[in-house]
Design a binder for this molecule. Structure first.
Ligand SMILES: *[C@@H]1O[C@H](CO)[C@@H](O)[C@H](O)[C@H]1NC(C)=O
Ligand SMILES: *[C@@H]1O[C@H](CO)[C@@H](O)[C@H](O)[C@H]1NC(C)=O
Ligand SMILES: *[C@@H]1O[C@H](CO)[C@@H](O)[C@H](O)[C@H]1NC(C)=O
Length: 444
């Protein structure tokens, strides 16, 4: 299963022409939907988010969460993930790594064994990160996916997996410094990497490419607990390979379960993927959202129904749904007439209710983004992929399950990012959003 994914990743990257333009690195991303197993999409999202929040609280208060292994836990929600083929060492070994904005360590060796080479330096430190709840099922690409347009730089395809099972994925290992090639011709030297000494739940995936804020790596090394580990983006920047320490992400809504329809850009933004201006907002100072790619926003339903005002939360590629604080979710439920569906865990509306569904309006640093009625639907063609009924209408708005004012009151997950281009700017501690040709898509 894994080798066929990797061979397709490699075959596609060989097709990409490695022409260096500006200092961008562009990685096409594929979306894949296949959710089975006992836990719903919502339960998986909540497991991730609860863990992220608890971990940040624990770190901020200086209180151990439980044992040391647990402090360095990171829940990885496998409902939506993206894979990139990444080379490590000289000569290189190629690993299929999940790209995650909600964590910041880079890991290899969970499935394909790590090989010590001429450029490998062991530091003698251990690393412990666990990604709770779930294993990964990787299915290979359709053989004849069209190549994405690659406007700048380098291309390498990535794939999304949806996880199936329910057990804890733990990656204990040792730290090495080594040469990492993210895409043909694009190389980072001296990248700190965790080499998995054992793993559970990473079937078919070799590890993680963590592109969250660097502070999320604190407490993951031992004995050097207080050292932050520069992320791949940090090193690309400090080594002069990219000229801005930022990442641009483009997703598009889709109603098929496998498609290469996204793009990750290191060091710049891809103007072919958005419309109008990118509007930036500072990373929130409200803890614990401030530990992540966090923002402050207000949300309104329709012309005048306030969902919430000025709360802090996060933007996260590893969360699937749009998660609201309980009170805002209750307001939304009343306004739409939706009911909770026991099978999927999602809200469900009738056809008549859907026809009256209003847009949600997100105001972020003075700029309002319209999230249409269609955007609030789970793609109907994919209902059965999440255990739903083909003719039902499910909504992607769910509750975080906490009262407001926790300092981590919402998550704008993957379904939200499919409608807006996003920019994660480390240098200026800000996050940008822009509309795209798909903001008003009616594909769902
Ligand atoms: C989802 O994955 C499972 C296990 O790999 C497979 O048996 C099943 O056919 C897939 N479902 C769809 C809808 O592709
Ligand atoms: C290599 O990276 C490590 C930490 O990631 C750092 O401590 C060390 O100074 C770096 N060495 C060089 C030569 O840049
Ligand atoms: C989406 O549609 C609304 C009207 O329904 C319009 O005001 C807005 O400009 C459109 N947005 C984009 C990005 O096309």
């Amino acid at each position: 299963m894994f080798s066929s994914l990797l061979s397709v990743l490699l075959a596609s990257s060989a097709l990409a022409s490695p022409v260096k333009v500006n200092s961008f690195v562009t990685l096409p991303i594929s979306k894949r939907v296949n959710l089975t197993g006992t836990r719903t999409l919502l339960e998986r999202d909540l497991a991730r988010v609860t863990h992220l929040r608890d971990k940040a609280h624990a770190r901020l208060s200086g209180q151990p969460l439980a044992s040391r292994a647990v402090i360095s836990d990171q829940v990885f929600n496998e409902a939506t993930t993206y894979l990139a083929a990444v080379d490590v060492g000289t000569p290189p070994t190629t690993f299929a790594l999940i790209i995650d904005t909600g964590s910041s360590n880079t890991w290899v060796g969970a499935t394909t064994p790590f090989v010590n080479t001429a450029t490998t330096v062991s530091t003698g430190q251990s690393v412990a990160v666990s990604y709770g709840s779930g294993d990964f099922q990787v299915r290979h690409y359709p053989p004849n996916l069209p190549e994405l347009n690659k406007p700048q730089g380098y291309g390498a395809p990535c794939g999304i997996t949806f996880s199936l099972a329910d057990h804890r994925a733990l990656l204990p290992g040792t730290e090495v410094l080594d040469t990492v090639t993210l895409a043909p011709g694009l190389t980072i030297t001296n990248q700190s990497i965790g080499v998995a000494s054992s793993s559970d739940g990473f079937e078919g995936v070799d590890g993680i490419l963590g592109i969250g804020p660097v502070d999320l790596t604190l407490d993951t090394l031992s004995p050097d607990t207080n050292s932050a580990i520069p992320t791949v983006t940090d090193n690309l920047f400090t080594q002069g390979t990219i000229t801005q320490n930022l990442i641009g992400i483009s997703f598009e809504p889709t109603n098929v379960d496998e498609i290469q329809n996204g793009e990750l850009t290191f060091g710049g933004t891809d103007s072919t993927k958005f419309t109008g201006e990118i509007h930036f907002a500072p990373v929130t100072t409200v803890a614990p959202a401030s530990e992540f790619w966090g923002i402050t926003q207000s949300v309104r339903y329709g012309a005048s129904t306030t969902i919430f005002n000025n709360l802090a939360g996060i933007v996260d590629t590893g969360t699937t749904l749009l998660l609201l604080p309980t009170s805002g979710f209750n307001t939304y439920t009343r306004a739409t007439g939706a009911v909770e569906d026991a099978t999927t865990g999602l809200l469900r509306v009738t056809n008549a209710q859907f026809n009256k569904l209003q847009s949600l309006f997100f105001t972020i640093n003075g700029q309002t983004f319209e999230f249409t009625a269609n955007a609030q639907l789970w793609p109907r063609a994919l209902n059965t992929a999440i255990g739903g009924r083909a003719n039902n209408i499910y909504l992607i708005v769910s509750s975080l399950g906490a009262s407001t004012e926790t300092g981590f009151d919402f998550v704008n997950g993957f379904v939200w990012l499919e409608r807006f281009y996003s920019v994660f700017d480390t240098t200026n501690k800000q996050i940008g959003f822009a509309t795209t040709p798909f903001t008003n898509s009616t594909i769902n």
